[in-house]
Design a protein. Sequence first.
Length: 110
Amino acid sequence: MEEGTEKVRLENARLRVSKLKGFYTHLTVYLVINIALVLLKLIGNSYYGETFMGPLWHFSTFATWVFWGIGLFFHGLKVFSSGSVLVKNWEQRQIKKYMETDKNETEKLG
């Protein structure tokens, strides 16, 4: 039984690392894309002779920061709060339910 428990722990750890890696990838892409958009806006402003404080600070320039940032925030909440009591209790109930279903189906067949 101990070996099975160790396998479950290993699989849980791999899943958590995978989720964490996904979040950090999302964060990296978010930063790279949004910094590139601001740099393009700066280059465009200088090319068209607009002042630095001009249309650069218009909301549309930062809309991707805001709206994508909201999505990133919720992704982070999902990844970093996955150990909450409510989630763990729900997971345990679901595991027990499926194990019981499998047991009943096996007994019907056998």
